[in-house]
Design a protein around this ligand. Sequence first.
Ligand SMILES: [Zn+2]
Length: 381
Amino acid sequence: MAVLITGIGELTTNDPELGKLRDAALVLDGETVVWAGPAAQAPDADERVDVEGRAVLPGWVDSHTHLVFAGDRTAEFEARMAGQAYAAGGIAVTVGATRAASDEQLAANLRRHVEEAAAQGTTCLETKTGYGLNVVDETRSARIAGEVADEVTFLGAHLVPPGADAESYVDLVCGEMLDAVAPHVRWADVFCETGAFDEAQSARVLKAAAERGLGLRVHGNQLGEGPGVRLAVELDAASVDHCTYLSDADVEALASSNTVATALPACDLSTRQSLAPARRLLDAGATVALASNANPGSSYTTSMAFCVTTAVLQMRMTVDEAVWSATAGGARALRRDDVGYLRPGARADVHVLDAPSTTHLAYRPGVPLTHAVWRKGAKLR
Ligand SMILES: [Zn+2]
């Protein structure tokens, strides 16, 4: 059944030829966009929805979340806001709670957060394992994630489990754990950071994953400069995420690669780091994505609008750049072009704002502007 969405005051297509259209319309057929253009030229459809001058953009593509978890880290957050520094080790608290939870509890918690994100316009979402850190719990985390999320990443190399020997743990991740998890995931990731995994250990994990045909992602340069970005570029990772502390060489390497620099502003704020240097990356010619990093420790928000607002107000991105990075940029970080666009052939993931333009995302910070959402052609709200 074809649905005509008309009366669009401003249509962000992200398509270089279609650009941004005024007085526009869209036609969805099943799960796909079949037409985009001026409302006056729109073809007929079975159903007609008039959005009365509102802005329409592709649904957010959140390319970085950690939502297979149980438990709560409010106390750690309180301590951090009272001045305690963030360290990678807090992850272990969530690992304990996740291992103790049933499959049903993990799935219900994941589903609740994915629905929370969708209600705010997120229509394509990646999530990761990484709170199991043993073969059984990493494998069930991957399986549960695959039932709910669009994209699943294996992050067995999130943290060396307390009490374990780092080298033996990396052996396990690269061998038995990877074999068990690989059928459930498209991507593998590693937390390449002081307190997590060093360059040699990170390279071992990534190479083992690539040998099994998985795409690569890297958590890097979150807490200081380090080898994460260089390694990601060398191994043609789809994305290196955080990028809070970058050397000039890191910026140059990203600019001349296919690796997307994914900024996670909600995480930078929640850990009281500086914000990632998105302006510097864009000016150098790098591709920047914005993602929520939704997780219970360092960034407990599913709001992509908050990330876009922060990117504009505090990271000196323009509204158009920030919106692109949170839609098509996220898609690029997942090496996809079926999401993040509104043009014929794209997935029918549509976000209608209760505002006449996307500028209102930054102009009206903190105001919930999601008016309607279609995901794969189905109206969610
Ligand atoms: Zn993360």
